[in-house]
Design a protein around this ligand. Sequence first.
Ligand SMILES: Cc1cc2nc3c(=O)[nH]c(=O)nc-3n(C[C@H](O)[C@H](O)[C@H](O)COP(=O)(O)OP(=O)(O)OC[C@H]3O[C@@H](n4cnc5c(N)ncnc54)[C@H](O)[C@@H]3O)c2cc1C
Length: 659
Amino acid sequence: MLLRKVTQSPAICSSVFRLQPAITGVQRQTGALVAVRNARFYASQAAEAVLDKNVVGSDATTTAEKIDKMAIVESKSFAVNMFKGQISTSQVFPFPSVLNEEQSQFLKELVGPCSKFFEEVNDPMKNDALEKVEEHTMEGLKEMGAFGLQVPADLGGVGLTNTQYARLVEIVGMHDLGVGITLGAHQSIGFKGILLFGNPQQKEKYLPKLATGEHIAAFCLTEPASGSDAASIKTNAVHSPCGKYYTLNGSKIWISNGGIAEIFTVFAKTPMKDEKTGEMKDKITAFIVERSFGGVTHGPPEKKMGIKASNTAEVYFENVRVPAECVLGEVGGGFKVAMNILNNGRFGMAAALSGTMKGVISKAVDHAANRTQFGNKIHNYGAIQEKMARMAMLQYVTESMAYMVSGNMDSGATEFQIEAAISKIFASEAAWLVTDECIQIMGGMGFMKDAGVERVLRDLRIFRIFEGTNDILRLFVALNGFQNAGNQLKSLQKALKNPFGNAGMLTSEITKRAKRKAGLGTGLTLQGMVHPELNHSGELTVKAIEQFGAVIEELLLKHGKRIIDEQFVLKRVADCAIDLYAMVVVLSRASRSLSQAHPSAQHEKMLCETWVTEAHERVMQDIKFLRSGTSKQIFKNLRAISAAVVENGGVVSPHPLGF
Ligand SMILES: Cc1cc2nc3c(=O)[nH]c(=O)nc-3n(C[C@H](O)[C@H](O)[C@H](O)COP(=O)(O)OP(=O)(O)OC[C@H]3O[C@@H](n4cnc5c(N)ncnc54)[C@H](O)[C@@H]3O)c2cc1C
């Protein structure tokens, strides 16, 4: 009631609606990928961009025109550009401030009641023990409108922008990740497809009841033999001869809200005729499936390590008659629907987990400030101080990423998939580290259930696994970047075919490479973008980007299409990309605070400088390693050790005692 009550203001509703174009922009966003199958697709495209020599036209003017065209469609994404050793600042500087007065005011009115609810009504320990969200909490959340935060107000929701949504899920993440998953599985993935791809009839039919929580939603992609490789699902939907319905058969596993949902977004294979060859091929289609259609059943709630309060269950579809009007998006376009849903939800995970970190940092501080050992409060000891400082930095980076991505999305950016994936990877790993260190600071007390941190650690573990494992997302980040860098190289190759027509471009590219090789600056700069007090950090970031761009090119030239199979390399490339994006988001945020003379500006400057200095070192180390002969040997060793362990069914070396 609280959240929805505030929404009733027509002025606020119309302000929310003014943001519609951002959502439409998001709809146009083409698929991110979670499956390696797609990573392969991206990778081979990237490699082709380097190796394909046949596409170059013989006519000089045509080549130049083509290059010009490529320049016109240049990406504004910072992440895409850093892979090319370039800096595109428009999405990262200044730090996004996307809320207008009215939207900020509206959000402020929501934050208080939402926090109060989680402090006074919700009981995370009880939810965890009961392995379900208490009934009165569910009812309270429904009353508040928490099940329809981004549903437009005229369809019964609160109509929040991504940034407003991020601020509220941060509160949920701070208090109870089990509730967070119940809400997130419902609106971040469960019915997000209807918001993004639904037609007006589907939206009108389903969203009002979903927004109030009368109906709960679930997202059904994973199957026993199909996890990361989402494109390999076997659930199938066969079109009826009359064309009026599909018959759906199959089963899904580990579906959040699977046992309590009424509405399911289900991904199934549909046999389709290939327009060109006339052959029948299976393509994935997304469907809105109502439990009331019949034939939908579920298994018992899974027993899990964490997020116990959230319901996870198998869902079975047996000869379910799904009306043809329940196809979501295009027939055969389901993979794109799935990837867009996941891509669009990732900033929410970063926001929620930055809230989680804030919560556990407070607990660590409380303990460190009050616990005396060896005659001193433990926060006075360097070992504890380093932990605290690192926890604060990780939270600062995660929060900056979450609001950078949500701000970009709200501004209508269509290319943010690398950034969104980075924010999910970073947030889930940072939250784990921060919570683990909180337990360490609290000592034995941290291990006790009553302290409430062990539950958070258990809850957090799944975030590195679901919605794209961090390993697969690292491949995604690296291969997506390689693809873009490959396109740039291709245009350079084209230019080389007509050196006189492209003399200017070639000279600058050759000079850039020569300078990079000599360790000199290539003319890139962040001066004027970063606050003058952060110029040195800006220079470190630029240097790291220049060397990163250079090593990406070297790797592409060295491995060509085979880069796709170089996972040892790809992992390190992704690590560099994550560090680089983290550097730039904190530079941007701290610069804004300094410019606005924010009371915490000097503190943020320290967070930023420390982060950037260390991240720069890490990136340079990784690059050095990738260029070295040592890496080749180490990767060879790692491969061989793993193969031996697998072959042996476990560790190979005998026990030191010999038995
Ligand atoms: C609590 C919980 C809730 C969930 N909720 C939902 C939900 O609501 N809806 C839904 O559809 N699914 C859900 N899932 C499923 C989740 O998304 C999958 O578990 C996840 O996608 C990973 O798939 P998998 O577990 O089959 O692992 P696998 O894909 O089998 O991967 C196992 C390991 O191998 C790695 N790996 C796999 N392939 C490669 C490769 N080519 N190269 C390198 N490494 C590779 C992975 O990174 C991982 O480390 C949920 C799972 C859990 C546990």
